[in-house]
Design a protein around this ligand. Sequence first.
Ligand code: THU
Length: 160
Amino acid sequence: MKKIQLSTSITVFETVDELPKDVQVLMNEAVKIRKTAYAPYSQFHVGTAFLLENGETVTGNNQENAAYPSGMCAERVAVWKASSEFPNVKILKIAITATSQKNPVTEPVAPCGACRQTLSEYEIKQESNIEIYFMGESGKIIKTNSLHDLLPLAFDKSFL
Ligand code: THU
């Protein structure tokens, strides 16, 4: 038997102003699209903006449903939009933000497990890393360099 330590590295920015300029723009797009999320049940509004290699920005927000599991997270709305509109264009960077009408969201909101798995598929497909920047409603931002950092030991096509 042996024990293996897995480690993850993150970068923490104190405010949007500390981010690289292109990511500031991306995060502002995510904040904008957050406002039109359809989230009448959770009142938790998530917005995301993807920067693609061709310079396009693709945005998305969460879409809920009275039959709860039929709703969808912002990240998957956006990644499927990106992959259907620009099928072979690499995703370089993703900005994510969330706010709630019930409580202040003061800590960075990381993508859920299902979104990590979905995004991981596209990172593997494009054979290059996707930087992810996530924030609450404002303030601190966490950056990860790759889906690997958010989803170690991922399930992928090599198992099939
Ligand atoms: N949500 C997202 O859009 N992204 C995540 O990564 C976590 C959760 C949405 C789904 C649901 O509409 C609401 O937030 C509450 O879970």
